[in-house]
Design a protein around this ligand. Structure first.
Ligand code: SF4
Length: 958
């Protein structure tokens, strides 16, 4: 290590000791000198200001340190921010590759407006003022005419916390749309029915057993922060168990890798639960105290004595059939292996860290029950909200409230929350084009933000058809840091910043603890440090790349310049009454007023909270696990408390103080007794869980009352790809299309050259037995036929997949319609033709190859492959309860046909609509199944929750 990385004496407390160090000490971040490696062998010192920011390349929110050259303001590189509590100075390959994204020679630098037809690829550069004025006038007109639901904001990767609640509540719209149900609805629903919250937060580092139904070490939830803590747990002796049909990187490091037939995971988990139940090796006291067993007995066994012993007897009866042998028969996993895993779980001593994301919960009809059955193991072992166990995300996350938040909107948008899916988590986003085709509504202004539905979603051609129809989508505004298949079909393409080009506040449940981090536009911060004020971030970024927060402030101000719509008031500065808020003031107010401990920590260093966050980029609010359900209720709330004698729920009419945070919580409207605030446990009143019973809901009255009594308790639902539904003799397989590649990020990694050099193909994983049966070898072409079309791909013969199952990563197959101008590092040039009514044929004309650009590396591209776009050939499969798109599917695999070429795709969108209609028939709509005339149970989490009045179904339909 050179002397340039030595710490200096007299550094602040964060400085590392004198001697060899991993990171520059923070007290020297503002003036850091290093030799320029490119100048070698000349010893040329370069001077940097190091500015912390936050990676935007997956949801983990890891810290980055940008090395900004003090002379040129160029960003030399990104390293980890050692002060970030989640990532602790470490990053995956995608963190440093942020540099590629910033200096991508093909990035969009200026706002562009379409000329010619949509999709023709003709653009003119426009100013931000022109964009803002045009959009503001159009949105204002929609609001004045009461067409609020025609303005929609649809986000792929949010990457920030709280901003859109601030904006959309101020606009008074129920217009948020997300990508959640092509990603995580299944896992969310399974967890939320238990405990109110919909994401797990495992304490891997302190666990005795880590049980993953997922493949996170290599995916993105929460890739790097979890990976390092899983390894920490392993080094301390934890057993790592992975259920994944495919041998993922995670599975390859596991003590036990279970490769079940897709969709049978719940059978395995229930057999483990059954083992704990039958042998009595569960935490009786925990279950007695925290599970709603009385409610279960009352409704399901009203004649039986209401005792815990009766409940235990019923449990033994309910789950007795889930033997290891049964689970083995269903899943194909050896019974002894499952038994071994059950032993580990039984011995976990209340330290079972579990996680599920995507994977089985996102692949299968009923996948949400996999998450519910996994959480059952946490419940039985008492591993909830304790060290080494698993918490709810909201306990480890902190989203501060802004200075002024508008009331919840009094509107309901049926384009996102249709009546057929009253329990969905969350918006039925990928059905939007089908809803528009059916005439359920139209969109006047449709914002897509870091979202590429044509490529990411199933059934992309239906998206393309709708996005090119100006009757259905009046104006499509694409806010994006990169070109994408979807941006090509927009009316405005508005360049938004990458990680070092924007302000965002982030907080994620990466471990047992709580932190916030501050993403910053590093050149702007550098300029301001050097005394060069900047009004708007696009003045400091490359070209006129902007940031969303400033964009939304400016747009909102122009929609309501005189305040007559009631919007302007939310965008007035808390420091300068009546004047427009600045982005700096927006964050400054939250840091000063809503982050526990931050003002004090800053004051200790003689800094303001804003200066502290600018300097260090992160703040740790809490270390260690803390679980609100076990906390005593504030005595002030109990002044007029009423206790429900039957349930033990405590109600209070005392107005609780407004929380400083806005992390979504379940909501309870309350009754004449007030709102539920806790539950009696012995002679204490504890907060309890955020469910109607204030307990962990083994028995879900919500599911029963909303028409699904067969799923009242955790159970195993046969997937749409269950083994008996797949005829292997006829060449049928199950396709697993849900896995990521560890080095890529959906659309945003397109021109990240280092990443594409590492990963640029997505062959079909196939077991040697199946390959032999089909007569194919690695690199042979196969045709994979789905319900609505087919794709042609190469195969990779590997024992890392179960026989009868094939797998293909969705992180590949980017395409473009024009030779130049977009994503040439990662996309194939294709010919896309409409060959009949609803029929689309895509053929690759060329893969990637060297090209001229401002970056000399573009001439050195040595690979040609870009993979195959499989998602185009998938119909939508909405789970009738969670709303999750069930990605796994039955396919036919055969040798490629004569004339087939690598990358060929064929799709029939009429067939796609028929499949959508078939799955729609499985729903039990609110119109016919709502127990109380509402659209959705009010307590269930819902982002951008409207007022209770908006939950009411219209009279004539209820
Ligand atoms: S894990 Fe995610 S947030 Fe962290 S460095 Fe990698 S891509 Fe960035």
């Amino acid at each position: 290590m050179t002397s340039t990385t030595r710490a200096v004496p007299g550094a602040v407390s964060r400085a590392v000791p004198e001697g060899l160090t991993d990171y520059p000490p923070p007290d020297r971040w503002d003036h850091w000198a290093e030799y320029d490696p490119r100048a070698w062998p000349e010893r040329k010192l370069r001077s940097y200001t190091l500015i912390p920011t936050v990676c935007f390349n997956c949801e983990s929110g890891c810290g980055l340190l940008a090395y900004v050259d003090r002379e040129t303001l160029e960003i030399q590189k990104f390293e980890g921010n050692p002060l970030h509590p989640g990532s602790r100075g470490r990053n995956c390959a995608k963190g440093p590759a942020t540099h590629n994204q910033v200096y991508d020679p093909e990035r969009i630098l200026y706002p562009l407006k379409r000329v010619g037809k949509r999709g023709e690829g003709k653009w003119v550069r426009v100013t931000w003022d022109e964009v803002l004025d045009d959009l503001a006038a159009r949105i204002r007109r929609a609001f004045e005419e009461g067409r609020h639901n025609e303005v929609m904001y649809h986000v792929g990767r949010p990457g920030h916390e709280g901003v859109m609640e601030w904006i959309l509540f101020a606009w008074g719209v129920d217009s948020h749309n997300s990508h959640t149900n092509v990603c995580s609805s299944g896992a969310r629903a399974g967890l939320a029915f238990w405990m109110g919250f919909d994401r797990p937060s495992p304490d891997h580092a302190n666990a005795r057993v880590i049980l993953l139904v997922s493949s996170h070490l290599e995916t993105g939830h929460y890739f790097n922060p979890h990976a390092q803590r899983i390894m920490e747990g392993k080094m301390k002796g934890a057993k790592l168990i992975v259920l994944d049909t495919r041998l993922s990187n995670t599975a390859s490091l596991a003590d036990e890798w279970l490769s079940p037939w897709p969709g049978t995971e719940a059978a395995i988990l229930l057999s483990i639960a059954n083992y704990l139940i039958q042998t009595g090796r569960y935490n009786r006291e925990y279950v007695r105290t925290w599970v709603n067993w009385e409610e279960y007995l009352k409704h399901e066994h009203p004649e039986a004595p209401r005792t815990f012993e009766t409940f235990e007897e019923k449990l033994r009866e309910l789950y007795g059939r889930y033997t290891f042998e049964y689970a083995a028969q269903e899943s194909g996993v050896d019974a002894d292996t499952i038994r071994r895993v059950a032993e580990y779980v039984a011995d976990c001593e209340g330290r079972l860290a579990t996680h599920i994301w995507r994977s089985a919960a996102a692949g299968n009809l009923g996948g949400w029950q996999v998450a519910r059955c996994l959480w059952f193991l946490n419940v039985l072992t008492g591993s909830i909200g304790v060290e080494g166990g698993t918490s709810a995300n909201a306990w480890d996350k902190w989203v501060p409230r802004p200075h002024k938040l508008a009331p919840h909107p009094d509107r309901w948008n049926e384009l996102t929350w249709p009546r057929e899916y009253p329990l969905a988590f969350f918006e039925m986003s990928y059905l939007l084009p089908h809803f528009l085709k059916e005439g359920r509504g139209r969109l006047d202004v449709y914002f897509t933000r870091v979202y590429n539905p044509i490529w990411t979603n199933p059934d992309g051609m239906t998206w393309l058809e709708v996005l090119t129809d100006e009757e259905k989508v009046g104006l499509h505004v694409c806010l994006t840091p990169t070109w994408s298949e979807t941006a090509w079909f927009a009316d405005y393409v508005l360049p938004m910043g990458h990680a070092p080009e924007r302000h965002d506040l982030v907080s994620y449940e990466t471990h047992g603890g709580r932190w916030i981090a501050f993403r910053q536009p590093v050149r702007r911060v550098a300029m301001e440090r050097m005394g060069r004020p900047v009004q708007f971030t696009y003045e400091a970024n490359p070209g006129e790349v902007w940031e969303e927060t400033e964009f939304w402030i400016e747009l909102s101000w122009r929609i309501d310049p005189d305040g007559s719509l009631g919007i302007r008031q939310y965008f007035e500065s808390p420091y300068r009454p009546g004047e427009k808020i600045t982005v700096e003031e927006y964050f400054r107010w939250m840091f000063e007023n809503t982050v526990p401990g931050l003002p004090e920590a800053a004051a200790q260093e003689g800094l303001t909270p804003m200066e502290y966050m600018r300097k260090y980029g992160a703040f740790e609010i809490r270390q260690g696990v803390e679980a609100p359900p076990y906390r005593e209720v504030d005595p002030a709330l109990l002044a007029d408390a009423t206790v429900d004698e039957e349930t033990g729920i405590v109600y209070s009419r005392v107005e609780a103080p407004k929380p400083l945070h806005m992390t979504p919580h379940p909501a309870f409207p309350g009754d004449e007794r007030g709102k539920p605030v806790g539950i009696k446990v012995g002679d204490r009143v504890l907060r309890g869980f955020d469910t109607p019973s204030r307990k962990l809901e083994f028995y879900s009255r919500t599911l029963v009352e909303w028409g699904w009594p067969e799923y009242a308790v955790p159970t195993y639902i046969k997937s749409h790809v269950a083994p008996e539904k797949v005829n292997r003799e006829r060449g049928e397989f199950v396709l697993i299309p849900t896995f990521r590649l560890p080095t890529l990020i959906h659309t945003r990694s397109g021109n990240a050259k280092w990443l594409y050099e590492i990963s640029h193909k997505n062959p079909l994983w196939i077991h040697p037995e199946d390959a032999a049966r089909l007569g194919v070898r690695t690199n042979d072409l196969v045709r994979v036929t789905t319900e609505i079309g087919y794709f042609v791909v190469k195969c990779w013969v590997t024992e890392g997949i179960r026989p009868g199952v094939v797998a293909c990563s969705h992180h590949m197959g980017r395409w473009r319609l024009h030779e130049t101008g977009m994503e040439r590092w990662s996309s194939a040039l294709v010919d896309l033709r409409r060959t009949g009514e609803g029929q689309w044929q895509m053929r690759q004309k060329a893969g990637v190859g060297p090209f001229e650009s401002d970056d000399p590396d573009s001439k050195r591209i040595w690979w040609t492959d870009v993979g195959v776009h499989q998602n185009l050939t998938f119909p939508v499969h909405p789970d009738p309860i969670s709303g999750m798109h069930c990605w796994h599917q039955k396919v036919q695999v055969e040798r490629a046909h004569p004339g087939d070429r690598y990358g060929d795709v064929f799709v029939d969108t009429d067939l796609a609509h028929q499949v959508y209609r078939e799955w729609l028939k499985m729903t039990r709509p609110a119109d016919t199944h709502s127990p109380d005339g509402t659209r959705r149970p009010y307590w269930l989490l819902r982002p951008f929750r409207p007022t209770p009045a908006a939950y009411k179904l219209p009279e004539e339909k209820s």
